[in-house]
Write a protein that binds this ligand. Structure first.
Ligand SMILES: C[S@@+](CC[C@H](N)C(=O)[O-])C[C@H]1O[C@@H](n2cnc3c(N)ncnc32)[C@H](O)[C@@H]1O
Length: 211
C-alpha cells in the first residue's frame, strides 16, 4: 500500500545534458500516485539485483521510483560507487524512497532522484552512458519508454520492463501498447529480449555490443 505524505521539496540538480534543468517537468511535482500501483516483489527484485550484478552496473536509470523497493534491489546489485538515477512524477513517494534508502544505509550520493515526467526527463540524459534502465511506470507508455530508454544504454546494457509478460490478458489500451512494445523489440535486431517469469513478469532486453 502506498503511503502519501504532504508535498515536499525535492532537489533535482542539473541533468546529464547541458542546460537541461527540469523546468517544464516541475508542474508535475506533488501529484499523488495511483494507490493501486504496487512495488515490485522480492522475486522480481532479486532478478533486478542479479542483472545489475552481472552488468557490473555503475549507472542505472529507473522510471517509477515509487517508494523505493526496486531502487533498493538495484543498488544492492550495482558496484559500490554506482549511482541510480530514479524518475517519478510523485515527489512525495520519492521522499519516502529517499528516507527508506537512507534507513538502509545507502549513501545519498548513490541516488539522484528526479521529480518529473519520464517522457520529458529521459531525453535529457546522456545517450550510451547507462548500464541498465528499469521501467516500472505507465505500461501504456512502454513503447515510448523503449524508444527513449534504449538509446541511453551502452552496448551490452539492458532495458527491463516490469509486468508486460501477460499482455494478452490485459485490457486496452495497455494491451495494445504492450503488443506494440513486443513488435518494436522483435523488429530491432540489435535488441535481444527474454521474458522472465518472476513477480508480475519482467521483460529484459539486452542491447547487443554491435549496435
Ligand atoms: C508501480 S510504481 C513504481 C514502484 C517502484 N518501482 C517500486 O518497486 O517501489 C509506478 C510509479 O510510476 C510513477 N509514474 C507514473 N507515470 C509516470 C511518468 N509518466 N513518469 C514518471 N513517473 C511516473 C508513479 O507516480 C508511481 O510512483
Amino acid at each position: 500500500m502506498r503511503l502519501v505524505i504532504p508535498e515536499t521539496s525535492i532537489g533535482t540538480g542539473p541533468l546529464d545534458r547541458p542546460g537541461s534543468m527540469l523546468g517544464d517537468a516541475r508542474g508535475s511535482i506533488g501529484h499523488a500516485a495511483d494507490p493501486a500501483e504496487e512495488s515490485i516483489d522480492g522475486s522480481a527484485g532479486a532478478a533486478l539485483r542479479f542483472l545489475a550484478t552481472v552488468l557490473r552496473a555503475k549507472s542505472v536509470v529507473e522510471v517509477g521510483s515509487g517508494t523505493g523497493a526496486s531502487a533498493s534491489w538495484l543498488l544492492r546489485g550495482m558496484v559500490p560507487e554506482g549511482v541510480l538515477t530514479s524518475i517519478d512524477i510523485d515527489a512525495a513517494a520519492q521522499h519516502i524512497a529517499r528516507e527508506a534508502l537512507a534507513a538502509q544505509g545507502v549513501p545519498r550520493s548513490r541516488t539522484r532522484f528526479i521529480a518529473g515526467l519520464a517522457e520529458r526527463v529521459l531525453p535529457k540524459l546522456t545517450e550510451g552512458a547507462y548500464d541498465l534502465v528499469f521501467v516500472d511506470a505507465m505500461p501504456a507508455k512502454y513503447p515510448a519508454f523503449l524508444e527513449l530508454g534504449a538509446p541511453l544504454l551502452r552496448p551490452g546494457g539492458a532495458i527491463v520492463f516490469a509486468g508486460p509478460v501477460d499482455a494478452a490478458q490485459r485490457q486496452e489500451p495497455r494491451a495494445q501498447a504492450l503488443r506494440e512494445l513486443t513488435r518494436a523489440v522483435r523488429a530491432d535486431e540489435s535488441l535481444v529480449p527474454v521474458a522472465l517469469p518472476v513477480g508480475d513478469g519482467l521483460l529484459a532486453i539486452a542491447r547487443t555490443e554491435q549496435s
